[in-house]
Design a protein around this ligand. Structure first.
Ligand SMILES: Nc1ncnc2c1ncn2[C@@H]1O[C@H](COP(=O)(O)OP(=O)(O)O)[C@@H](O)[C@H]1O
Ligand SMILES: [Mg+2]
Length: 354
C-alpha cells in the first residue's frame, strides 16, 4: 500500500495553473483545509469569484490531478469562493464593498441601465453579494427597472440602509428621493459631490460587487464620478450602429485618460430574434463592435439581442435574468457577468489585495 502525504497532494496541485491568472492554484491560496487520511484526500477549493467562468474546468482539473496520485482512493472537493477587495491607489475603498465596477455609455438610450441591472442580477444568481448604485442622476431609472421589497431607510445616526430586492441585491438611487420626472439641473461637479456624499452614508453590508449605473456620455457628470468612485473598472455599453460605436470609442478614450481600467465592451440590441421563426436578423450589420474592440485593444465581452421581453420585464421591474433565467438573453447576460467577474479577479490578483 502506497502512503500519500500532504506534500504529494500539494506537488500535483502546483501543476494546476489557473489559465487566466497564469499562476498555480496552490500559490494562489485556493487550497484550504487540506486533509489526507488513509489515501482519502479532502480540501476546500476557494475560487476568486462565485461567478468564475472556468469553475467547472478548474474543479475538474484539481480533482483529476489528485486522483492521479498512486494510493489515493477518494477525493472530496468542496468549492467555495472569496472575492478579494480592491480599490485604486489613492482611493479609499467603500466600507464592506470588495469591488466597484461601472456601466457607462457614449450616449443615452443604448440600454446602459438594462445591462447594469441584468448583470447585477446575474452575479447575484451565481451567489455573489451584489449592490446597484444608480448614479445616473439625470435619469435614475433603476428603481423602475428593479422592484424592491424594501425601500431605503434613514437610520437614527443618519446612515442610509439601501433598498433591497427579493434576491437580496442592495439598491441605492436618487430616484427613491426625487420623482423620476423632476428636472435635475445640477452640474457635473455637484453630481460628483452628491454621489460621494450618498456613498459616504450608505451602509451596504458585505458586497462582492457594487455595480454603478453612470450618467451617459462623456460630460462632466460621468467624468466627475469616474474620478471620485473607487472603480476597479468600467464596462462600456454600445449598440451596433456606426454612430453609437464612434461615441463609445470616445467614452473609452475618456476612461483611459482618467486611468480607469476598461473591462470591456458589451454590444446591446445586437441582433433581433424573430419571435415567430427564431431566425436571427442583424438589423445594423454584425461584428462592428467586436472589430472595433480588436482595433482598440479592449475586450469584447459579448452581445445582447434586441427582444421585446427585455423591455417588457424591465418595465415590470423584473430584469429578464430573474424572470426568465433560462432564456437565450439571460444566458448572454450570465456569460457577460462571468467574464467581467473573471477579469476583475485577474486584475485584483495582479494588482494585489487592496
Ligand atoms: N436588448 C434590448 N432589447 C429590447 N429592449 C431593450 C434592450 N435593451 C434596452 N431596451 C429598452 O430600451 C430602452 C432604453 O434602455 P435603458 O436601459 O433605459 O437605456 P439607457 O440606460 O442607456 O438610457 C428601455 O425601454 C429598455 O427596456
Ligand atoms: Mg439609464
Amino acid at each position: 500500500m502506497v502512503l500519500v502525504s500532504r506534500e504529494d497532494v500539494l506537488r500535483v496541485l502546483r501543476r494546476v495553473v489557473d489559465p487566466e491568472l497564469r499562476v498555480d492554484v496552490v500559490s494562489l491560496g485556493m487550497i484550504k483545509d487540506l486533509r489526507v487520511e488513509d489515501g482519502r484526500v479532502s480540501f476546500t477549493f476557494e475560487l476568486t469569484t462565485p461567478a468564475c467562468p472556468l469553475r467547472e474546468d478548474l474543479v475538474r482539473a484539481v480533482r483529476e490531478a489528485v486522483e492521479s496520485i498512486p494510493g489515493v482512493n477518494g477525493v472530496d472537493v468542496r468549492v467555495s469562493a472569496r472575492v478579494r477587495q480592491w480599490a485604486p491607489p489613492g482611493k479609499a475603498p467603500i466600507p464592506g464593498v470588495r469591488n466597484v465596477f461601472a456601466i457607462a455609455s457614449g450616449k443615452g438610450g443604448v440600454g446602459k441601465t438594462t445591462v447594469a441591472v441584468n448583470l447585477a442580477m446575474a452575479l447575484a444568481r451565481m451567489g455573489a453579494g451584489v449592490g446597484i448604485l444608480d448614479a445616473d442622476i439625470y435619469g435614475p431609472t433603476v428603481p423602475r427597472m428593479v422592484r424592491v421589497v424594501r425601500r431605503p431607510e434613514t437610520r437614527q445616526d443618519n446612515k442610509i440602509v439601501p433598498a433591497e430586492t427579493e434576491l437580496g441585491v442592495k439598491v441605492m438611487s436618487f430616484g427613491f428621493m426625487v420623482p423620476e420626472d423632476a428636472p435635475v439641473i445640477w452640474r457635473g461637479p455637484l453630481v460628483g459631490k452628491a454621489v460621494t456624499e450618498m456613498l459616504g452614508s450608505v451602509v451596504w453590508g458585505e458586497l462582492d460587487y457594487l455595480v454603478v449605473d453612470l450618467p451617459p456620455g462623456t460630460g462632466d457628470a460621468a467624468l466627475s464620478l469616474a474620478q471620485t468612485i473607487p472603480l476597479t473598472g468600467v464596462v462600456i455599453v454600445t449598440t451596433p450602429q456606426d454612430a453609437a460605436l464612434k461615441i463609445a470609442v470616445k467614452a473609452l478614450n475618456m476612461f483611459r485618460s482618467l486611468k480607469v481600467e476598461v473591462l470591456g465592451v458589451v454590444e446591446n440590441m445586437s441582433y433581433f430574434v424573430c419571435p415567430n421563426c427564431g431566425e436571427r436578423v442583424d438589423i445594423f450589420g454584425h461584428g462592428g463592435a467586436r472589430a472595433a474592440c480588436e482595433r482598440l485593444g479592449v475586450d469584447f465581452l459579448g452581445e445582447v439581442p434586441l427582444i421585446p421581453e427585455i423591455r417588457k420585464y424591465g418595465d415590470l421591474g423584473r430584469p429578464i435574468v430573474m424572470a426568465e433565467p433560462d432564456s437565450h438573453a439571460s444566458r448572454a447576460f450570465m456569460e457577460i457577468a462571468s467574464r467581467i467577474a473573471g477579469k476583475i479577479s485577474v486584475l485584483t490578483m495582479r494588482k494585489g489585495e487592496g
